[in-house]
Design a protein around this ligand. Structure first.
Ligand code: HEC
Length: 157
């Protein structure tokens, strides 16, 4: 291969990479972080639903189980920022571009998410069940505030 051919091939590859995907699929460079954060949120929902059901009384309160779910939530809240890499509002995602425009506010909510889940875990260790209702309610507020401001609503609702 001559230098010119190599350059031409290199340029062609660059152009192919830079062209928008005609099918409208996400640019592949953001696929991994988007999958990561959506997986984290999917797990968050599972464990949150369990503690919320115990707080509501639809599932009987069990301190060990509550503590186990709270521990997962604490760990996941700490992982939640990792998938929000700059520019990754493009693709199969509901993350709004405002996340990166108002990063310190978004980061502040993620920190509140962490402190509320730490509180939940502490409450699970020894406080009476009524305290735990208040802790779940405060955690719910953090989910809602962040989704209202930074997550696009689901299609059709
Ligand atoms: C700091 C902001 C923030 C907090 C706090 C937060 N979320 Fe999210 N959540 C998001 C964003 C942004 C998305 C959209 C992610 C995407 O589509 O890339 C999301 C997506 C989700 C999804 C959809 C996952 C999917 O793609 O299928 C669920 C479910 C979810 N969150 C549940 C929760 C619950 C429950 C809580 C509280 C216990 C919570 N989230 C707290 C920002 C947050």
């Amino acid at each position: 291969m001559s230098i010119t051919t190599k350059l031409a091939a290199g340029l062609a590859a660059t152009l192919v990479f830079a062209l928008p995907d005609p099918a409208g699929a996400e640019p592949s460079r953001y696929e991994e972080p988007i999958r990561y954060r959506r997986a984290v949120m999917t797990m968050v929902k599972r464990h949150y639903d369990q503690v919320a059901a115990m707080a509501k009384g639809t599932v009987p309160f069990n301190r060990n189980e509550f503590g186990r779910h709270a521990a997962y939530l604490e760990m996941l809240s700490r992982a939640s920022l990792d998938g929000f890499v700059p520019g990754s509002h493009e693709g199969e995602t509901k993350a709004k571009p405002e996340i990166w425009k108002e990063w310190s506010r978004f980061q502040g909510l993620a920190e509140r998410f962490q402190s509320e889940t730490t509180r939940l875990r502490d409450v699970a260790r020894g406080d009476p069940p009524d305290k735990l209702k208040a802790a779940v309610a405060d955690l719910t507020k953090v989910c809602k505030t962040c989704h209202d401001d930074f997550k696009a609503p689901a299609v059709g609702g």
